[in-house]
Design a protein around this ligand. Structure first.
Ligand SMILES: CC(C)c1ccc(C(=O)O)c(O)c1O
Ligand SMILES: [Fe+2]
Length: 284
């Protein structure tokens, strides 16, 4: 079994690196930690980077998950190969560009590229965001799934993720004590569905709501509150059609006593305040 410790970064191709950087810094509220002509590393917490933009195809999405050691990386590669996945081992240069000691990559069943990384870099220098969005860190991702039941099996049976809740057949999966680190969202395509950053307070969610509207950033869902994790949330659209979420108050799970819950596939399961969703794959 592969043991995922946490999600650690997202890598996105973009048609326009400058527009994406402006959005990430001036709107979303991240900090550029490294810059080259055709790439940007961006920080949201103590980690060296949690989002990476590079010149390239906007459909090129990668999600990195931390695992604990090189031994675990070797056994993850063997497990994945044994079930028919093609596994690629990162070169020294590729590891350096990710600021990790080692990584392997493969594609999950709906086709999204996943990197399993060992020892992602943390910086001693204090994170200093470019705008006061109140971000406390990168927290979870939504992944498009062509078959939620099949993909849930992969994440739970191969990667030891646990179901915290299901909304219909949409599972919210945890890999540690946080309510969820990934959500599978039904779609004909694969790739990333949304990128979540936690913020400090409901005031931060509401302040950003007004700022985003002033900047004509499309609001996709919210402000609202998820009955599943309990988080107050706001979803909005960034460059290349990517959806971002701010949320605050996600619950933690006691592994010994928690029992997964089944929510109906209906609007109030997504927002207990009654906001309507325009999220791709979850419109209501
Ligand atoms: C996948 C969807 C939109 C979803 C549902 C519930 C939560 C939560 O409980 O926090 C999310 O963060 C989601 O993104
Ligand atoms: Fe989310």
């Amino acid at each position: 079994m592969i043991e995922l410790l946490d999600v650690c970064y997202v890598r996105l191709g973009t048609k326009d690196i400058q527009t994406s950087t402006d959005f990430a810094t001036r709107i979303l509220g991240l900090e550029v930690s490294e810059s080259s002509r055709n790439s940007r590393h961006l920080r949201s917490d103590e980690r060296g980077h949690t989002l990476y933009y590079h010149d390239g195809d906007p459909n090129d999405h990668v999600v990195g998950f931390e695992i604990s050691s090189n031994d675990d990386l070797d056994s993850a590669a063997a497990t994945l190969e044994a079930i028919g996945n093609e596994v690629y081992r990162g070169t020294r240069d590729e590891c350096d560009s990710r600021h990790v000691r080692d990584f392997i990559s493969f594609r999950e069943p709906s086709g999204l590229k996943i990197e399993l990384v060992v020892r992602p870099e943390v910086l001693g220098k204090r994170h200093f965001p470019s705008r006061d969005a109140g971000i406390s860190g990168f927290s979870h991702v939504g992944i498009f799934s062509q078959d939620c039941q099949r993909d849930e099996q992969f994440w739970t049976q191969v990667c030891n993720a646990r179901v915290s809740d299901r909304i219909g057949d949409v599972p919210l999966l945890r890999v540690n004590e946080i309510h969820h680190t990934l959500a599978l969202v039904p779609s004909q395509r694969g790739g990333l569905q949304h990128i979540n950053h936690q913020v400090d307070s409901t005031d931060d969610v509401m302040r950003s709501y007004h700022l985003l509207k002033e900047h004509n950033v499309p609001i996709v869902f919210g402000p609202g509150r998820h009955p599943t994790s309990g988080a107050r949330f706001l979803y909005f659209q960034g460059p290349d059609g990517m959806t971002f979420e701010y949320s605050v108050g996600v619950s933690e799970v006691d592994e010994e006593t928690y029992r997964e819950r089944q929510f109906g596939f209906e609007p109030f399961s997504l927002c207990m305040w009654g906001a309507k969703s325009n999220l791709d794959g979850l419109e209501n």
